[in-house]
Design a protein around this ligand. Sequence first.
Ligand SMILES: Cc1ncc(COP(=O)(O)O)c(C=O)c1O
Length: 432
Amino acid sequence: MSYSRAKSDHLFETAVSLIPGGVNSPVRAFKSVGGKPVFFAEASGVKVKDIDGNEYTDFCLSWGPLILGHSQPDVVKAVCEAAPKGLTYGACHPGEVAMAQALVDRFPGMDMARLMSSGTEAVMTAIRLARGATHRSLIVKFEGGYHGHFDSLLVKAGSGLITLADPGGEASSAGVPSELAHLTITLPFNDLAAVESLFAEHGSKIAAIILEPMPANNGLLLQTNEFLAGLRRITHEHGALLIFDEVISGFRLHCGGYGELAGVQSDLVTLGKIVGGGMPLGALLGSAKLLNLLAPMGPVYQAGTLSGNPISIAAGLATMQKLSDPHTYRRLEQLGGYLEHRLRETGIPWLRGCRKGSIFWPYFDEGVIPTRADQISQKAVQRFNAMYNQMLEQGFYLPPSAYEVLFLSTAHREADIDALVGAWARAAANIL
Ligand SMILES: Cc1ncc(COP(=O)(O)O)c(C=O)c1O
């Protein structure tokens, strides 16, 4: 039977009349790869089925939360046991304390956790808290760093701005007032000298540096531990906070954070994705001194009707339980290594990428793998895009953007990777 998405295409026409762009998050819209989004009907393990009955092996996995694959039985069981006891209380319950304990146990140096419903909320709270704690306004982020759709971080700025008296940035979304955008400074990754010179001039006004210690949502722009340690030193010297946004990296490489692996202690950690095991959950971790500045203990306001939702916590704790088995991460590393090995075996020099554990960024070009956003070659982007729809037709659901990473899960098998690499190699032959 030939591949058809007639039902998906038809439903998309209705969707665009009811939902902006037909999607509830822009990156789902297939804008950069071309074509129309696929409507999913069901998923299990690494397989997703669309409403036309096509089956795909999923390497997007809801953008990272599903480290155990879709509908992992123990996670589903935990959700099913929790649901009849109440979908939300809007009040205290034991699961919140168990989750907070599990998080502080797994993130050394963190005394407390505040639970919320998304990664964006966690980051937004971290920024407000950093400003409230330091009584300073400026925030430093890095080019290409996405930290959720929060006004202060929807900003990009040229590195030339470092030398300006008013170092402010340029909003990357309409609706972000320039007065606010000007409080966010954007620097290139992997350039400690730029950070030093910014702090030399404006250090007393900077509340915090925020970054993903393993930047993974504009390509996989791996930074050295020395760079991260340098940020720690500079922020200490100037009384600013260091925030590690671990929404992707939290629980991805071990049952804890990336900061611990890098040997760098941040002041605050933000979590999302895996922490909720596929259900909406975000968390902010920090010292008691910092977190007690949050309401009701302190002057920094944060709240949420569904915060600490019992179903999300049940899914998150069940996921963490599985991840506590060290074999899980050995297996994920093995799968990641196997993917690289199979790509090398194709003999196509540009069919390669950058990997850390179970995260793989397809970077379809030769030369040095980028560590900064401006080093990403257009050729790599064009090749990924040109192959995307062929990959779909061959039964592979990949993140629909060349700048996004693939996620492996414990539900993937070597055969899934063989099939993926085979399909990429065939698609590569068509675009050589
Ligand atoms: C590093 C990082 N921080 C924050 C967010 C925002 O998380 P959420 O989409 O749960 O609001 C994302 C989302 O992809 C992310 O990758």
